[in-house]
Design a protein. Sequence first.
Length: 86
Amino acid sequence: MENMNIQEKLRLWAEEAYEFYSKEARVLDLDFYTQSDLTQLTDDKPVELMVIGINPGYGGHYQKDRFTKPEYLLHESTYKKCLREE
């Protein structure tokens, strides 16, 4: 992992987070989303500390179509932006 660039590390995080949160969100019937567009982070613009996680969806119910792919966690809070980019 040490030799990975920031986007590779974020993709790995997204895969792991998606695996966990997609199951939990279904069981809890809780919507979830990421708040920032993590695809904008690059190695040439380093940050000293980055805390990333999933925000519960302000009391919303689970939406199975919100995140159908782990990489959607890297984009801003709306999955529709991801759909436009495909």
